[in-house]
Structure formats: C-alpha cells, structure tokens
Write a protein that binds this ligand. Structure first.
Ligand SMILES: Nc1ncnc2c1ncn2[C@@H]1O[C@H](COP(=O)(O)OS(=O)(=O)O)[C@@H](OP(=O)(O)O)[C@H]1O
Length: 271
C-alpha cells in the first residue's frame, strides 16, 4: 500500500486542501483500520481536536487514541444544557478514566437552563427548531473552533448510520475549511458495541435502558429491538441531524429566516 508521504503531502497538511488532494487522501485512508486512520490524523492534521457528545463511536475513538498516543487531541463537548443527567455523569467518568482535557461550550451567555429560558423562552426547540440548533450546537462549536484556532476535528459519525451520513468519507472539508476526520466511518453498530465491551470503555448508562443514540432529553427516545440505531432521535420527524455537520452558512441563514418568520407570526397573533 502506498504511504501518504508518497502522495507528496506535507506534515501537517497545508490548508486549504484542494479537492484532488482530498480525493487522494480518502483513497489512501478508506481501506485502513480506525486505529490507522487515527495515527494518520495525529501525524498529518493541523491543530487537531475531537468534537464529541460521548456517543459510543466517539468513545471508541477516545479509547483507541489513549492507546496510540500519550497526548491525545483535546475534547470539545457542546453542552446544550438539555443533556440527560447520565450524559453529564459519563463526561466526568471519561475525564477521570482518560485524563483528557474536555472543553465545554454552552449556548452564548448561558450557564444554566434558567439563563437559556430567560433569553430564548421555554421549549425553544419547539418554537424555533432551526434557531435552537444554531444556538445550542452550531454557534458554540464555531466559538470553540475560533478560540482554539482549531483546523481539524475527529467526529463520531459512521456511514452505517444512514441518511446524510450514508456516503461519509474518512476525511471531509466543511464550508469553513475545517478538516473532519471520521475514523470509524466504515464500522457498524455491532462492531462499535463489541469494541466498547471488549475494552471495558465507559458508556452512557441509558444504553442499558433501551436507548441507542443519545442527544438532548427532549428529542431522544428509546428504540425497540431491531429498530435503527438512530430511530430514537427526533422520532416521528423527518429531521435526522442537529446541524452541527451541515453547512455553517446555510444553518445560520436558516436560523435567521425561521426566527424572522416566528417574529412575524408572533406579531400577527398579537395584532
Ligand atoms: N453536543 C455535542 N458536542 C460535541 N460533539 C457533538 C455533539 N453532538 C454531536 N457531536 C458530534 O457529532 C457526532 C455524531 O453525533 P450524533 O450521532 O449524536 O448526531 S447529531 O450530530 O447530534 O445529530 C458525535 O459523535 P460522538 O463522538 O460519538 O458523540 C460528535 O462527533
């Protein structure tokens, strides 16, 4: 197998990455194991962080990284303020088990749900879903990336999760030029579960109660045996993504447009 150094790429990669280099890199990374992809990421990706909600896939990457390097990429956790208590407990467990620094980013100007509701009102996810996604995930992520001059991240997405992820590649470049490495892009749910058990990796206690993918408590439900692993996320809705991995500029425009129409609606109700 050719090595990436044979592709003539500098270490770390020079940005912006052109489409032909991206295609070459993905052809190189595609047959590799997650550990090999992570090793490559550590060597080649500039200012690398791991963005994680401590889902099973991200936890596998955290565990693998702890065995590959003594200085794993720092973690970024976007605290929407609406995570389950079990998720917050898992964050603490991961911190003490792996000792990795976790940078927690919350909606701007909000420390607590009370602050959030004072700013956006109750059930903002019902009133204005696009704006909710923007203020709890998209904006805090950008703030974190700008603060630390992040140029590359590791994500916990997999192609087998389907939907927009079905054609996921090992490496992507987003609309802001951020490099996204998806080391487990080719793994399926049973393989991820197997790794977690085999390596005694800490996991969300909700997984023992019938949950398979865990996000905010108000949009996450249990799934029945045989159902898709993400069927419990925004169940009954067409929505399958929180916006974090969508085009930043489109998400910002959508949040503004929807906020505008909500204001109009409120205005027409009042008048
Ligand atoms: N809150 C938060 N903080 C930091 N990073 C996050 C967050 N939500 C999603 N992610 C990143 O997206 C990966 C997939 O998450 P999910 O499958 O839960 O879907 S979704 O993004 O919420 O739609 C997820 O993978 P994991 O590391 O397995 O959690 C992360 O890389």
């Amino acid at each position: 197998m050719a090595s990436t150094s044979a592709l003539g790429l500098p270490k770390p990669l020079a940005l912006p990455l052109c489409q032909s280099d991206l295609a070459k890199i993905n052809a190189y990374l595609s047959p590799l194991t997650p550990e090999e992809i992570l090793r490559w990421g550590i060597e080649y990706l500039p200012n690398l962080y791991q963005t994680t909600a401590f889902g099973l896939t991200g936890l596998v990457a955290i565990d693998m990284l702890s065995k590959i390097t003594t200085s794993p990429p720092p973690l970024i956790f976007l605290d929407t303020l609406y995570h389950f208590q079990e998720t917050y407990e898992l964050v603490e467990e991961v911190k003490s088990r792996y000792g990795a620094p976790v940078h927690v980013y919350k909606p701007e100007g909000c420390e607590t749900v009370r602050d959030f509701e004072a700013k956006f009102g109750e059930k903002h996810w019902v009133v204005d879903e696009a704006n909710y996604d923007f203020v709890v995930k998209v904006e805090p992520a950008q703030r974190a990336y700008e603060t630390f001059h992040v140029q590359s991240i590791i994500t916990g997405r997999r192609a087998s999760q389907g939907g927009a992820r079905a054609s996921l590649q090992p490496l992507e470049v987003d609309s802001k030029g951020l490099l996204k490495l998806n080391p487990l892009f080719a793994w399926n749910f049973p393989l991820v579960e197997w790794y977690i058990k085999e390596n005694n990796v800490p996991r969300n206690k909700l997984l023992d109660q019938g949950y398979r993918s865990v996000g905010d408590w108000h949009s996450t439900s249990k799934v029945a045996e045989g159902q898709d692993e993400r069927a419990g996320r925004w169940a009954g809705k067409e929505k399958t993504e929180c916006g974090l991995h969508e085009d930043y500029f489109k998400m910002k425009a959508k949040a503004k447009a929807q906020a505008g129409s909500q204001n109009l609606l409120r205005f027409s109700i009042r008048s």
